[in-house]
Design a protein around this ligand. Sequence first.
Ligand SMILES: [Zn+2]
Ligand SMILES: [Zn+2]
Length: 196
Amino acid sequence: MAEPRCGRSDLYNVRTSDVVPWKNQTITYSVSTNSTLFAHEDLKLTIRRVFDVWSSNIPRKFQEVDNELLADIKVRFGKREHGDGAPFDGPGGILAHAFIKGLLHFDDDEIWKKYSASEQIIDGTKDIFWVALHEAGHVLGLDHTKVFDSVMQPSYVASIDSNGNYIEPSLISTDIEDIQEIYGGKTKPKSKFLQE
Ligand SMILES: [Zn+2]
Ligand SMILES: [Zn+2]
């Protein structure tokens, strides 16, 4: 059986241009209800958390909109051929993919789960937060990396402690450096002292 991984090919740390993918300060996104198995509300919470993580490191805000046609980033599920010329492969293998033009798709043939901290991992499930954090990195312009522990490595790894309990994945320093290379760092708010 093919190892669970991202559908994007492995071009490591190759940026094809210096263009900033999203120049707008506020990037909109939509979360579709089209999964046959996964709860819409859980997906909305997961995607909100994912964009909060990226947003806390770059000068961009993310805002959810209801109308998919108006959203910069369109989050939805797909099975097999689903209209973008990059068909999914059924259970296992490719879990998700994302394109810089703003499509972020999960394979609806996987068993997805939204985990809470310290929860025991269930065999065969995939942590939707890890995959969403990774795919959002692609939408924002990042490629795959070989850096151990980076959220941008292409193969799925369950994020667990030595007892097999869930730890929420987070960005490591190279992820933050890579994303800030594109968008710059977070502008420091003026301190109260300086405003006086
Ligand atoms: Zn990927
Ligand atoms: Zn797709």
